[in-house]
Design a protein around this ligand. Structure first.
Ligand code: OGA
Ligand code: NI
Length: 358
């Protein structure tokens, strides 16, 4: 793992660049013409991903429960992305956690530098993903922290300022984790598996979880850059708390990009690569990217629900069709993750490379 120990170039904080008032962004943030956000955004702007009211899952009305399961099933098959409301997480907690992270990013550079991360674990304050020298970079900074397994959790590596940060993060993660558990059951049922199949397949009470807080500073040339390059999330499920006021997340749909319009107090849920493998491709992890803008910074919280690192992930036996020639090769999540942590974000190339024929 030697290659992962150091960043290949001096780290530049995107927020500092943004605040310096530059009018032209450095070349390393300028995307090749093909990858720049373009007019195709306009035409798909009217669509939104499905919004699902999860209170239906607890209803006494069996027909409503069934209808809610079906809405989730359709969203998983057609989009791989959906928003959820009445999800059980306190709205106040969501707002306070978002606010405390915004405040964190507005602390002095010196304070944030105390948490500067390295590619060995990614934990802490970072400004790039991948260690390829000379790579095109994204217009964002982030804070990454481990939550599960408990052995990987070190609250001393979480920000001590603002003073309520650690406490809020612990509470927030606990609540969002419960939502993940609920969704894993729903997805198992929808795939025709035992209710606890997926959760056990990713490690049961030993699963991994982490929080990545993204900070997208304003960008003087938003049409040349991306806040996050196209990628699919490597793990199982992602629960994203987007910025209430500023949109930016786009989902790939039929060769175009659809901009998600966040509903207040909703979470955006998306399926990761491991669910594509476990479901034997019945569900797909969908590519997404983030646009930046010249007027408003954006803060988002991405909670990643991941397999236990040494768990071999492979398609559920029940979902393998007799004559189906396509298979995903079994791989542990630790092995899988090295790719993204080395090369950075590259669409869906990795999960596709797991497919073997024969
Ligand atoms: C991510 C991600 C989207 C966003 O962190 O993996 O896709 O809106 N974030 O910040
Ligand atoms: Ni993502």
């Amino acid at each position: 793992m030697n290659v992962l120990q150091r960043w290949p170039e001096p780290v530049v904080r995107v927020q500092s660049l943004s605040e310096s008032g530059i009018e032209a962004i450095p070349d390393c943030y300028v995307k090749p013409i093909m990858d720049r956000p373009s007019v195709d955004v306009e035409e798909s702007n009217e669509v939104n991903i499905p919004v699902i009211d999860l209170s239906g899952l607890n209803s006494d009305d069996a027909a409503l429960r069934k209808a809610t399961l079906e809405l989730i099933s359709d969203a998983c098959r057609e989009w791989g992305f959906f928003q959820v409301v009445n999800h059980g997480v306190s709205h106040q907690l969501m707002a306070e956690t978002q606010k405390v992270w915004r405040e964190f990013f507005h602390l002095t550079v010196e304070e944030k530098q105390k948490y500067a991360n390295s590619p060995e674990t990614y934990e802490g304050y970072g400004s790039r993903v991948g260690v390829v020298k000379g790579a095109r970079l994204d217009w964002s900074d982030y804070f990454f922290l481990n939550y599960l397994p408990v052995s990987s959790r070190d609250e001393n590596k979480w920000p001590s300022q603002p003073s309520t940060c650690r406490e809020l993060v612990a509470k927030y993660n606990e609540e969002v984790l419960k939502l993940c558990g609920k969704l894993m059951k729903v997805l198992s049922i929808n795939l025709g598996l035992q209710e606890d199949y997926l959760e056990n397949a990713v490690g049961g009470d030993q699963i991994g979880a982490s929080l990545r807080v993204n900070f997208y500073p304003t960008c003087p040339q938003p049409d040349l850059a991306l806040g996050l390059s196209p990628h699919s999330d490597p793990g199982t499920l992602t629960i994203l708390l987007p910025d209430d006021h500023v949109s930016g997340l786009q989902v790939r749909k039929n060769d175009g990009w659809v901009t998600i319009k966040p509903i207040p107090n909703a979470f955006t849920v998306n399926l990761g690569d491991q669910l594509q493998v476990l479901s034997n491709g019945n569900y797909k992890s969908i590519e997404h990217r983030v646009l930046v803008n010249s007027l408003k910074e954006r803060v988002s919280l991405a909670f990643f629900y991941n397999p236990r690192g040494d768990m071999v992930i492979e398609p559920a036996n029940q979902l393998i069709m007799k004559d189906d020639p396509t298979q995903y090769q079994p791989m542990t999540f630790d092995e899988y993750r090295i790719f993204i942590r080395t090369k950075g974000l590259h669409g869906k190339s990795q999960v596709e490379s797991l497919k073997s024929f024969g």
